[in-house]
Design a protein around this ligand. Sequence first.
Ligand code: PEP
Ligand code: MG
Length: 298
Amino acid sequence: EVKALKKYKPLRFNYTSGRHVSVAGNIGSIDDLELLLEQGTEGIGLFRTEFLFMGRTEMPSEEEQFEIYKHVAETMKDKPVIIRTLDIGGDKIIPYMNMPDEENPFMGLRALRLCFKEIEVFKTQLRAILRAGYYGNIHIMFPMIGAMDELLKAKTILETCKHTLLEQGIPLSNHLPVGMMIEIPAAAICARDFAKEVDFFSIGTNDLIQYTLAVDRMNVDVSGLYNPYHPGVLHLIQSTIQAAHEAGIWCGMCGEMASDIEATSLLAKMELDEFSVTGNAILKIKEQLSYQTNITVE
Ligand code: PEP
Ligand code: MG
């Protein structure tokens, strides 16, 4: 089966409307790169950086992070690499970060919320990403944004880090695209407003589904209610993609739904711009794309 799928590896796809649709992959460390490269990935649609911070006793230094991000950027050459800033909290705990015990961690001090509190941790990561951007096509992405203020604050901090690096004469990417995850329903509902402030969206269906349906993504007792095809979820996905296109930006998806071959046809009809998939799903998704009536092979 794997062999039969190989023929899809070099294929690139466009919607009949003219938009390109790319198939990229998700990584949690540099060890995940190889599998994606073997399948001809068009980029990294999500680099989950929290794994660099987990399973250790102290925070990775700016230098350590820089080397890792640079390695990914250089390996991918001119292909886009979307680095997501730290999304810790929820189910992911870091002992050295002094995180409170919370009754509802998925609704608590997670991701950007925690980064704003631990501002030096955040700035260290932003500096490392900006510096690595000099060596490849790095994009930055902020997770778990619900309110406009959070996005504007994150962008301001990024600008501050940029200026400090420039003042210090340290090489950096000065025009690194900035995107946000759409994974909180309020952000999806207000996607028109957010689209004016970012270069791209990436829909995080794992959280978007959990928050839209009020179904814990980790709880087996309610897993029957965790439904990517709930009309409420599909409505948010469609309106987010539409809002992005109307504002002239692109919209990808990096949640599990992007890897689900049952969903490909639906998402292609909505003209999703990028499928960022897990592990070995690239060729499977490319196969599905090749069957779509509104898609042509480049
Ligand atoms: C998501 O929520 O869909 C997502 C991609 O992020 P994570 O699974 O890391 O929360
Ligand atoms: Mg998420």
